[in-house]
Design a protein around this ligand. Sequence first.
Ligand code: ADP
Length: 355
Amino acid sequence: MKKLTLKDVLGSVNSFLLFFLTVGFIVSCCMMLFVSILADTMELTLTTDNIATAAKVTFGNVVLITFLFKFADYIRRKIMVERPTKIITEATEKIMSGDFSVRIPPMQNSGMEGFNQIAMAINQMAEELGSVETLRTDFIANVSHEMKTPLAVMQNYGTLLQAPDLSDEKRIEYAKGVTDSSRRMADMMTNILKLNRLENQQIYPQVSEFDLGEQLCECLLQYENVWEKAAIDIETDIAEDVKVKADAELLGHVWNNLFSNAFKFTPSGGTVTVSLSATEHHAVVKVRDTGCGMTPQVGAHIFEKFYQGDTSHSVQGNGLGLALVKRVIDIMQGEIGVESAVGVGTTFTVKIRRT
Ligand code: ADP
């Protein structure tokens, strides 16, 4: 807050004096005019002395009364204006310096509704900024944590690779370890960048009309090696000729993430079913698996960034896939839901608009 200087104080005293004297002078003149009209009407004779004394007394009285009112107003301003202003200013200064925990208590005096509204808005702003800050620090902590693991693996394999008499078999195994870890880091970075661009709306949907069934089949076929290796059965029930107007690339991210999760969380001998049905305005895609499933507690968090329910699969993921899926579906104003039971399987249902 600005400090009061002598110049400010003298300025205020000057303006106070000017105010009292002006009011005193004007009111005295009015009184004299009134008295002189009254004297004329009632045919009273007033001497110059009478008038001079009355003028002085009136002037003195008016100065005194205005002073008293001004003083009362000064106290009122101190309590009703300056004190809340000071509290609000101090709170905003704390927020500016990065302390988002500050909250302004409600002001009880009547006539403070305006200040209370400002205080409530500032409290809400501090709360929002606080949660953004928590998200930011969580995000940094998560990224650092997720990077540390593959980096440590790479370092270990790097050290092992330095051994002089390494068999070809070991050398290939260690080199593969380095490649896998670096691929995992690259995947994570790609996902972070995609998510960041999606969240900042730097990706504007490139809408075109395409056959959704064909897109689903193409995406699914990319996992042929995976399902054959894991002996997972594939079932499809894809309605024909379901055209949608959407961003094919963004939607491709959705199917890829759902399929890769279905294969990742389904053990050998399980089944992954993909179905597509459509109404006039909507298309509904279901990706069902007979995998490990998840508890309701896990299900409640799966769309959060970096959330991994089953950490035993953490080597193959980074918890960003479904956050990305959710963001894309939100951008497309669609819906995504999940039904899951531990040991039975999981079904993701995506509903998007066709036009
Ligand atoms: P990631 O797969 O990289 O761990 P995701 O964001 O794709 O990250 O998924 C978040 C979490 O949701 C997973 O860690 C897992 O616990 C749960 N999950 C997602 N899909 C399935 C599924 N099909 N079956 C069981 N759990 C799943």
